[in-house]
Design a protein around this ligand. Sequence first.
Ligand SMILES: [Zn+2]
Length: 122
Amino acid sequence: MKKRGLSVKHVEEIKELLLANKQKIESVLERINGEYESLSEMDLNDEADFAAASRDYVTDVNIQKQQMAELAAINRALAKIASGAYDGLCEMCDSEITLARLRVKPHAVYCIDCRTYMDNKK
Ligand SMILES: [Zn+2]
């Protein structure tokens, strides 16, 4: 019987992608943190300056939230790979997540059908 899920070779490929994404996200988060520091050091006497700065801040906070959620998902996938439990199967319906999808979003835990279903439910 053929084992379901990703082959060892493909798991390796997904792992590489996860690690690359992780690095990318960490550098984005670092940049945002750096901006926070410079923001508090800035002299924002001008109301317009302040409005612009807080607008950027809100955008950054949203990016940061989204990136941190993605980082958590990536770490979860990496931990699963490390423990040998990673199979690339959907956590909802247990069908295989296509390799094409994993290449775009290596930390995906749901197949496209389940993802679409959940997005529509919101
Ligand atoms: Zn599914």
